[in-house]
Design a protein around this ligand. Structure first.
Ligand code: CAA
Length: 283
């Protein structure tokens, strides 16, 4: 199994980041989303980040054009009819994902591997929407994708060893570090990260300290690059709540109960950096 052409579904922050690193590694990438304006925005974001790299002398203008030339845009899933790999980075909703995977199962050739960038939804359940569960796998990139080294590679119950190996090798060609994980709620990254963020929100909710103090403790005391409340704003509070709910339901254990303050902020539409307000305000 050799991967040369792939489709990335979802041109948001994660999808466009994934498309960028794949194009930088020389793969032909189709960046797909529902509407032309979504793919245009994703492509413009990639162009902006590459231009910054040119300005900083890390890329030549020619290299930038080559990378951009590796990316085509699409609003039709049928454009996946000749790809070797699909990486799905659409919204975190099981019905939407299973619908996409069922369509991809019909559209793509038999050899195509179908990967999901889901941050916590079960790969095994997504795979069950297809007739090729052995070729379905999780590739969980971290935000911001161009900077973060890790890709969690999640084996679904039926994922074939050969498929795992192809994806592990491909991940290394992106200059990322693959880490093998089994399919349980939140995998490893969000099983550990989200309860920490949730606990930081409880700490604020219970008046133990101010938001600035909580972030300062974790930054200076634990050497985290961002405090947990800043990080929650960066990830998106709706995403944090969704992942906590997935952990809560998946394990049935109250230790994963989302903090009421997190629910309140999400209900208020204070979703973090992307809406201009979360625990902090943004211009
Ligand atoms: N896209 C691309 N590059 C970016 C970027 C972005 N959104 N944000 C920052 N960068 C780059 C900058 O260009 C800069 O690169 P150079 O130094 O080469 O110019 C570099 O990152 C450092 O940026 P800054 O100096 O502006 O800021 P910083 O030192 O604070 O680093 C950070 C920014 C890398 C985001 C750092 O704060 C960090 O590592 N934060 C934690 C990120 C994290 O935990 N991510 C995981 C989130 S959880 C997740 O993704 C999984 C999930 O399922 C929810």
């Amino acid at each position: 199994m050799k991967i040369s052409k792939l489709m990335v579904i979802g041109a948001g922050q994660m999808g466009s980041g994934i498309a960028q690193v794949c194009a930088q590694a020389g793969y032909k990438v189709i960046l797909n989303d529902l509407k032309p304006e979504f793919v245009e925005r994703g492509f413009a974001g990639i162009n902006k980040l590459l231009t910054r790299n040119v300005d900083k002398g890390r890329l030549t203008e020619e290299q930038k054009q080559d990378i951009l030339g590796n990316i085509t845009t699409s609003t039709d899933l049928k454009d996946a009819s000749d790809v070797d790999l699909v990486i799905e980075a659409a919204v975190e909703n099981m019905d939407i994902k299973t619908n996409i995977f069922a369509q991809l199962d019909e559209i793509t050739p038999d050899h195509t591997i179908l990967a999901s960038n889901t941050s916590s939804l079960p790969i095994t359940e997504i795979a069950a929407a297809t007739k090729r569960p052995e070729k379905v796998i999780g590739m969980h990139f971290m935000n911001p994708v161009p900077v973060m080294k890790l890709v969690e590679i999640i084996r679904g119950l039926a994922t074939a060893d050969e498929v795992y190996q192809v994806i592990e090798d491909m991940t290394k060609t992106l200059s990322k570090v693959p880490v093998e994980v089994n399919d349980f709620p939140g995998f490893v990254s969000n099983r550990i990260l989200m309860p920490m963020i949730n606990e930081a929100i409880y700490t604020l909710y219970e008046g133990v300290a101010t938001k600035e103090a909580i972030d300062e403790v974790m930054k200076l005391g634990m050497n985290h690059p961002m405090g947990p409340l800043t990080l929650a704003d960066f990830i998106g509070l709706d995403t944090c709540l969704y992942i906590m709910e997935t952990l809560h339901q998946g394990f049935g254990d109250d230790k994963y109960r989302p903090c009421p303050l997190l629910r309140k902020y999400v209900k208020a539409g204070w979703l973090g950096k992307k809406t201009g307000r979360g625990f902090y305000t943004y211009q």
